[in-house]
Design a protein around this ligand. Structure first.
Ligand code: XMP
Length: 319
């Protein structure tokens, strides 16, 4: 794709011009945006870049290891693996309001970054994989009045508080363009094709108070659901799919016993840029099979529902 090849060269020149010989710190989330940003910036300025993967204890099953291993094996980009699960989960104890969750997580991200920016000998810049829709959504929504729907913690606020300047080489791009740029950069298919994953992670897929037990149940259910989607060859047709663990227990029957366990909701949507979305029309057969698997394989869940809300009026995530 010649346009992306040209875009890449231009972006590299811009990054060099902006950064000079200063150090840059980049938050790696494992998602396609931050991965593409990191590889692009590394091509531009080499080891002036250090990546930090903040493991907030809110990643999906096996994800932290997967991201760190894949990055260490494929790229020579200095990468700090910050295991901060204790810190994040501790501070989130008793927090159930969605915006308070987001703000708490955003604040802790700043603390962790600041710590590591200091460690690498004074970074002057913070790199983020902010996309065009992120910029738009934090200002207005669907042409409506200027309201913030959700505190998107990778937009605004963060660097000023840290005294860092911002490098955002993807700010003009939409998701499909970022994927093309990723291909242009030779990024691993496992990163390029990945569904988006929000910075606050599983915290916003676990309405109400977050506990380690709930996160554990949620992780196992999500892994079964994604496995089902992959097995049926549907992963690439779907923009994003995940399980939300509901803060409600319901009565069920299993074998000859009564159960009283959590209900969960499956979410899957199609979308072009995340700004609007339609629920994915799974077959009833797929849904039934998935519900059975989750209830049989995941202790703690005895009821599965499917979320058929589009965006708008819903949002993709539950919080
Ligand atoms: P919503 O739920 O607002 O999500 O319809 C739109 C898209 O954005 C992702 N999302 C986030 N990504 N930090 C991120 O990096 C966040 O705070 C955040 N909140 C939502 C969401 O997963 C979906 O792809």
């Amino acid at each position: 794709d010649w346009t992306m090849a040209a875009y890449k060269e231009e972006a590299i020149e811009k990054i060099r011009a902006q950064v000079g010989d200063a150090k840059v710190i980049c938050g790696l989330s494992g998602g396609v945006d931050s991965s593409v940003a990191a590889v692009l910036i590394h091509e531009a300025i080499g080891d002036q870049l250090t990546c930090v993967f903040v493991d907030h204890g809110l990643m999906r099953q096996g994800e932290a290891e997967e991201v760190v291993t894949l990055f260490r094996d494929h790229y020579n980009i200095p990468l700090i693996h910050a295991d901060e699960a204790e810190l994040f989960l501790g501070e989130l104890e008793g927090v159930s309001d969605p915006e308070e969750k987001r703000k708490t997580i955003g604040r802790l991200f700043i603390d962790v970054f600041q710590k590591h920016a200091g460690e690498i000998g004074g970074a002057e810049f913070l790199a983020q994989g902010t996309l065009y829709p992120d910029v738009i959504e934090s200002v207005s929504f669907a042409g409506g009045p200027s309201v913030t729907i959700k505190s998107h913690h990778n937009v605004g606020g963060l660097p000023e508080k840290m005294g860092l300047k911002l490098v955002e080489p993807l700010r003009e791009l939409f998701k499909d363009e970022v994927r093309k740029l990723g291909e242009e950069l030779g990024l691993d298919e496992r990163f390029i094709g990945r569904h988006p994953f929000p910075g606050p992670g599983l915290a916003i897929r676990c309405p109400g108070e977050i506990t380690r037990d709930k996160l554990d149940i949620l992780r196992r259910a999500d892994a079964v659901y994604i496995d089902q989607i992959r097995q049926h060859g549907l992963y690439d047709e779907i923009w994003q799919a995940f399980v939300a663990l509901l803060p409600v227990r319901t009565v069920g029957v299993m074998g000859d016993g009564r159960t009283y366990d959590y209900a969960c909701a499956l979410r899957a949507v199609t979308s072009v840029d995340g700004m609007t979305a339609d629920y994915y029309p799974f077959s009833h057969e797929f849904l039934g099979e998935t519900a059975n698997r989750i209830i049989n394989e995941v202790t703690g869940i005895n009821r599965v529902t499917y979320d058929i809300t589009s965006k708008p009026p819903g949002t993709i995530e539950w919080e």
